[in-house]
Design a protein around this ligand. Structure first.
Ligand code: MRU
Length: 352
């Protein structure tokens, strides 16, 4: 898209590598405080991932890759294999920070793979790989933005969930990248974003991010999604992903599954937008994905104050799985898989 003004539509960068530390735009404090937190060790990066200072599947993969560089600062090794042995415990701790988004394991596997072939210059090799993981993500997002927007008829309305924008990636975003491109091309006339309870990624991050670009968006309560669909104002639900299985089943932020079910009922199309780093061809179907459960306090309190009667229990799974049969299109930088199933996924993402 040659006419695309990235300077207008893509100004936020959540991850800044400083050589001796990683700076992460603190997503716990947005939208009212724009402040970068500094992680000076791999364990501080792991803690930032666990604590949602940085979040979103691609962004946590990129952060983990830079985290390996921080761990490498304490390592003396003659070659890549020796470095790999010494870095293994830190890499294990980074990999364990969150379980559902496969981008984390994917990025660490890439870092391991380049170490294996590296000689005395293993440190530079690692740095090149971390930078490549970040720049490839930005390029993938820009390609997906164009490809996804092309599926949307001019004048359409879209509903998105969670935050899949620059904040969740190297920049531009996945589903939010499609929305940026679709708005710029005049295909998308109305944008709705769900709050995304309980952490409120939609309310705190997505509508703020769109506001930075001057893109008009309307926030809705998650519970209003199905009613919105019944009014005819949205033609597509456009979401990101944390892990897409070999059959197309897609894990994403809690609430995605009910959006997919409601969309099918109302004749609204359902699009998943994610780079190939989110595709996990080694996991056959969604029932095999580990779903992260977080502290029930996210449901029982607001700004640290209890809002629910003492003694009440809460259950807080933070992802769910949209079955592939409810997905109309999976958009990646490798192309668009329409009506995904195991054969269609294999044709695009199988071993080459
Ligand atoms: O718990 P989060 O905020 O990390 O969850 C994020 C999501 O579910 C996103 O939709 C997904 O990671 C894709 S981000 C491009």
């Amino acid at each position: 898209m040659s006419a695309f003004d990235y300077a207008r539509y893509d100004r936020i960068r959540p991850i800044r590598w400083r050589g001796d530390a990683l700076e992460l735009l603190d997503q716990r404090k947005l939208p009212f405080v724009t402040e970068y937190a500094r992680a000076a060790s791999s364990d501080e990066v792991a803690a930032a991932i666990r604590g949602l200072i940085v979040r979103g599947a691609p962004a946590i993969g990129i952060s983990a890759a830079w985290g390996v560089l921080l761990a490498a600062r304490d390592v003396e090794a003659a070659d890549g294999d020796e470095a790999m042995a010494k870095l293994a415990p830190a890499m294990r701790r980074l990999g364990a920070a969150r379980p559902t988004a496969v981008n984390l394991a994917w990025a660490l596997a890439r870092m391991r793979a380049v170490l294996h072939d590296a000689g005395a210059g293993w440190r530079e090799v690692l740095e090149r790989e971390a930078r490549a993981i970040e720049t490839e993500d930005l390029a993938a997002n820009r390609a997906m933005g164009v490809a996804g927007a092309a599926l949307i008829a001019p004048g359409s309305g879209v509903l998105t969930h969670c935050n899949t924008g620059s904040l969740a990636t190297a920049g531009f975003g996945t589903a939010l990248g499609v929305i940026r491109a679709g708005v710029a091309e005049g295909r998308i006339a109305r944008v709705f974003a769900g709050e995304t309870r309980p952490w409120n990624q939609g309310a705190r991050l997505t509508v703020w991010e769109l506001q930075q670009d001057g893109i008009d968006a309307t926030l809705i309560a998650d519970a209003a999604a199905s009613h919105l669909m019944s009014t005819g104002r949205v033609q597509w639900v456009v979401v990101g992903a944390d892990r897409i299985c070999a059959n197309g089943d897609t894990a994403n932020k809690i609430g995605t599954r009910q959006l997919a079910i409601a969309a099918r009922h109302h004749g609204v199309k359902f699009m998943v937008v994610a780079p190939s780093s989110t595709v996990d061809m080694a996991t056959a179907s969604g029932d095999l994905i580990e779903i992260e459960e977080r502290d029930p306090a996210e449901l029982l309190t607001r700004h640290g104050e209890r809002t629910v009667a003492e003694g009440v229990r809460a259950w807080n799974p933070v992802f769910d799985v949209a079955p592939h049969g409810l997905i109309d299109a999976i958009v990646s930088e490798r192309g668009v898989v329409t009506r995904p199933n195991a054969a269609a996924m294999d044709a695009t993402f199988g071993k080459r």
